[in-house]
Design a protein around this ligand. Structure first.
Ligand code: GLC
Ligand code: CA
Length: 561
């Protein structure tokens, strides 16, 4: 970061934090979905100036970094994960100058900036895809993507029977009869990572943002990119029978993908402090995930295990133990996350019956059923979410928070079909049900007014009336509010965070998890119903009211011994 910014920083410790090459290891990172955060020009869509205007709120919250979901030019076929141009800002939400202004304001407040990089696919409006369409079969322009002739006499059958992630076939046909591969929507053609121009262009993009002062990257579906596509492609059934963890599965998590990230790492290390990265890699085994988190690769990877678990002592204990061990082995630090822009908010998930091992995306069925109120325990869900978050914030490693969870927001289920935007809704993706719009509804900043202070006109996704009770304004200064809980916890975390070790404390029962961090920082969570006695130490904070020295069910407390 530039010296003119550091010199204007208020406190010395902020300067140290900004220059520390290890800042990412135990950071609290706040995910912003830019189009739904704050709308400065009143057109209903959140924008970069809106983010800049909320730097005081982010500062008061006490996060170390923000991660911005894509803000690049996009037709929004997939919420911006269809990128027209990796090195620009969508004119609907700002300019590069707005980006620089936002970055400077965040940096001046001691907050790092992480941007989302989408390397598996561009959008079909990307300059190189347009050129590929305009160029003939077999041309260098087409080779940047994955084009194939079709099967059948006239080539009018797709090259394989693969389905795309949001439903429908994974191949679409172009005018001259060839087909292109898209593992997501047809508007998201997959890049050909065997093509050196593609590789070079992404290095250029990483430098472009790093030069602008971006501190790190979140790498979208980092486990895809490289594919093994022989002349005769395997069928869907053949793919389904293959081992996805072998490093040799044709479409995902291939060992060669790490050569790309080794190149990226060399670019990150050109900067001081080195730029960081976190992989979004939905791989099944922790050992496969570890490869993405290697210091020679991206350095960190999301661990979605807690996000897929029930609010359960034994499940949390197993997941935490495994992941800390994994990060010790790789030299990375662990990551923790309960909510993001792809899943049902955790206050809602924890207000629904536990999964008990059922392999479904939690909350999706409830949304699909129209969000029946009688099936959702709103207060209980939020209470458990607060306890879970307070536990998470005491863990070694990085915590990733998603905008709105600090307001205790629930999933919005009642979005009319004609207002929905998520392609998984339109394309009938089974595992996403009605889609992911319910966690992407614009943030309520005030309790009244048009779009609850999001902007001066209606928000691009409709906000429910109950947002009024969750606004920043209504929670600011209210002692028992979720916002004040997050602020206090993040403040304490910053003070207490030291070495990355954790020592489990014996509690004698599996629905009570307690652990000690260096400096005598203790976190204890009671998962189930009845009360338990608190261990020794001064109570620093609790996720719900305590009754003297007893800890009620669905509550976490931090103590200092
Ligand atoms: C990632 C993103 C998701 C997007 C998909 C395709 O999973 O988090 O929102 O739809 O990649 O880019
Ligand atoms: Ca706007």
């Amino acid at each position: 970061m530039s010296t003119d910014l550091t010199s204007s920083l208020p406190a010395g410790d902020v300067v140290d934090r900004m220059d520390d090459p290890d800042w990412w290891r135990q950071a609290a990172v706040y995910q912003i979905y830019p189009r739904s955060f704050a709308d400065a020009n009143g057109d209903g869509i959140g924008d970069l100036k809106g983010i800049t205007s909320k730097v005081p709120s982010l500062s008061a919250l006490g996060v170390d970094a923000v991660w911005l979901s894509p803000f690049y030019p996009s037709a929004l076929a997939d919420g911006g994960y269809d990128v027209d141009d990796y090195r620009d800002v969508d004119p609907k939400i700002g300019t590069l100058a707005d980006f620089d202004e936002m970055t400077a304001a965040l940096h001046a407040a001691g907050i790092k900036v992480i941007v989302d990089i989408v390397p598996n696919h561009s959008s079909d409006r990307h300059e190189w895809f347009k050129r590929a369409l305009a160029a003939p079969k077999g041309s260098p322009e087409r080779d940047r993507y994955i084009f194939r002739d079709g099967l059948g006499e006239n080539g009018d059958l797709p090259p394989s029977d693969w389905t795309a992630a949001f439903g429908g076939p994974a191949w679409s046909r172009v005018e001259d009869g060839q087909w292109y591969l898209h593992l997501f929507t047809p508007e998201q053609p997959d890049w050909n990572w065997d093509n050196p121009e593609v590789r070079a262009d992404f290095l250029k993009t990483l430098r472009f943002w790093s030069d602008r002062g971006v501190d790190g990257f979140r790498v979208d579906v980092a486990n895809l990119l490289v594919k093994d596509l022989p002349e005769v492609l395997p069928s869907k059934a053949e793919l389904d029978s293959m081992d996805r963890d072998s490093g040799d599965y044709p479409l995902a998590d291939r060992d060669e993908v790490h050569e790309i990230y080794a190149d990226w790492r060399r670019v990150f290390n050109e900067y001081d402090p080195p730029r960081t990265a976190v992989a979004e890699a939905w791989v099944d085994s922790p050992a496969r995930r570890a490869k993405y988190a290697s210091p020679e690769g991206l350095g960190q990877a999301f661990n979605f295990d807690l996000l897929q678990a029930d609010f359960s002592g034994p499940q949390f204990h197993r997941i935490i133990t495994e992941n800390l061990e994994q990060s010790r082995n790789t030299g990375s630090s662990s990551t923790w996350v309960f909510s993001n822009h792809d899943v049902t908010r955790h206050a809602t998930r924890y207000g629904l019956p536990p999964l008990n091992g059922r392999k479904v995306k939690q909350g999706v069925e409830w949304v699909a059923a129209g969000g029946p109120e009688d099936e959702l325990d709103r207060a209980g869900g939020l209470r458990r979410a607060r306890a879970a978050t307070l536990l998470m914030l005491a863990l070694p490693g990085s915590s990733y928070l998603y905008q709105g969870e600090e307001l205790g927001l629930h999933e919005v289920a009642d979005i009319p079909a004609d207002r929905r935007q998520d392609p998984s809704f339109f394309r009938g993706a089974e595992y996403d049900g009605l889609g992911r719009d319910g966690c992407r509804v614009p943030i309520p900043w005030t309790s009244s007014g048009t779009s609850f202070g999001f902007g001066d006109s209606d928000a691009h996704l409709p906000q429910p009336q109950w947002f009024a009770d969750h606004s920043e304004q209504s929670q600011d200064g209210a002692a028992d509010s979720t916002l004040e809980l997050y602020r206090a916890a993040l403040g304490l975390r910053r003070e207490l965070q030291a070495g990355e070790s954790l020592e489990w404390l014996e509690t004698g029962r599996e629905d009570v998890l307690a652990f000690r961090r260096p400096n005598g920082w203790v976190s204890i969570t009671k998962f189930g119903g009845d009360d338990v006695e608190l261990p020794d130490g001064d109570v620093l904070i609790a996720s719900a009211e305590l009754d003297g020295r007893s800890l009620p069910g669905a509550t976490t407390a931090w103590l200092k011994q």
